[in-house]
Design a protein around this ligand. Structure first.
Ligand SMILES: [Zn+2]
Length: 374
């Protein structure tokens, strides 16, 4: 990455933190809670995203290495796929975006917003408080550091439940991903608004255009989840992952995407009604699942490692059909069990009761009230 890209990456990252916290998140949580979270970029070559609780505050640090890694993966995707593999020329024209670079910058900002909202999700979901308990001892939450201390802290929290510390860690990740995805899928136009020249003026972009922006956001999230897994695989540590299987994290995210479409939040006028997903139409779910799987394969290629396809290259089709079936199951309310990732996801969901009850007292916003109430 050259100096210019580096500076561009930093500037866009700061803009992403700003929109994530003060535009998107601010609509869901009180300012006095939001004020307790601070985001900053720190110079470090590795892919790091950590939260350190300091008293009532949360210090979220994202490394410049994470910025470079995301920039690099986007560059590799752009080298193999033209932008119109992801968003049509018509939509770009409609948005007033005349250069590919701005479209890729949108993907970058969406990726950084996802990373920021994921970390914010851990804070407001009460995950840090669950780990630290009533004491004021500092415990970091990080996918990249101090795994042993996280395991030890979670073992304490898991004491009075039937869950293992790994279960709890994986449930936390699914919650943080789910919140970040929900907020992005609802407020992706705010990400577009960070590009001052392309603020949607007057009526919102057409339904097709909005669906394609949502697709770019899914690509951005896939890149972040792919990099997190790649980093884990390449690190020196061994042992089980604190994270759910990457395919299961995608199942969680794409499920949110479908639910959002199902709630018709895109449905602003008559014309839109035709493209809103009807999950009773199997083809609609299959199309979106297949497309999401294709995005995963694009990212796997860019990463140079099949992190999403847990089987082998020859078994891509098997993984794809398994993912599609799992997503159909998820949408119909039955447990996904066709892939290892789907099975893990179902098992976690079926045992989440004690975890959710435990967290109730630590939640800092009512985002989870619906799920907790179950
Ligand atoms: Zn996390």
């Amino acid at each position: 990455m050259d100096m210019h890209a580096d500076e561009n990456g930093r500037a866009l990252s700061e803009a992403a933190f700003e929109v994530a916290q003060w535009i998107i998140l601010a609509a869901y949580i009180d300012d006095d809670i939001n004020d307790r979270i601070s985001f900053r970029l720190v110079a470090a070559p590795r892919f790091i995203a950590t939260i350190t609780p300091i008293g009532p505050r949360f210090d979220v640090k994202v490394s410049t290495g994470a910025v470079s890694a995301i920039v690099d993966v986007i560059a590799r995707v752009a080298a193999t796929n033209p932008i119109d593999d992801f968003i049509s020329a018509d939509s770009l024209r409609e948005l007033g975006i005349n250069d590919e670079e701005t479209a890729w910058d949108f993907v970058f900002v969406a990726a950084m917003v996802f990373l920021a909202l994921h970390e914010a999700g851990h804070c407001v979901a009460g995950h840090l408080s669950l780990m630290t308990g009533p004491t004021t001892r500092q415990k970091k939450l990080s996918f990249s550091e101090n795994e042993r201390s996280i395991i030890t802290a979670l073992a304490g929290a898991a004491n009075d439940t039937s869950l293992t510390s790994l279960d709890i860690s994986r449930m936390m990740e699914l919650e943080a991903d789910g919140m970040a995805a929900d907020l992005i899928y609802s407020d992706f136009l705010e990400i577009l608004a960070t590009f001052e020249d392309h603020i949607p003026s007057g009526s919102p972009p057409s339904a097709t255009c909005r669906l394609e922006l949502i697709r770019l956001c899914t690509l951005a999230m896939t890149i972040v989840l792919g990099l997190i897994e790649l980093y884990r695989l390449e690190s020196m540590r061994s042992g089980p992952s604190l994270h759910p299987l990457p395919l299961g994290r995608m199942l969680n995210i794409v499920g949110r995407r479908l639910q959002m479409l199902q709630r018709n939040t895109l449905h602003r006028n008559e014309d839109d009604a035709a493209i809103v997903v009807d999950i009773d139409e199997p083809e609609e779910v299959i199309d979106i699942a297949r497309d999401a799987f294709w995005l995963m394969m694009v990212v796997d290629k860019a990463l140079g490692k099949p992190v999403f396809n847990s089987l082998s290259d020859e078994l891509v089709t098997a993984t794809e059909s398994g993912f599609i079936s799992d997503l159909q199951a998820y949408m119909s309310g039955s447990p996904p069990n066709r892939t290892d990732a789907g099975t893990e996801f179902s098992e976690l969901a079926s045992r989440a009761g004690p975890y959710l009850r435990h967290l109730k007292t630590f939640r800092l916003c009512d985002f989870w009230q619906l799920q907790d109430g179950k």
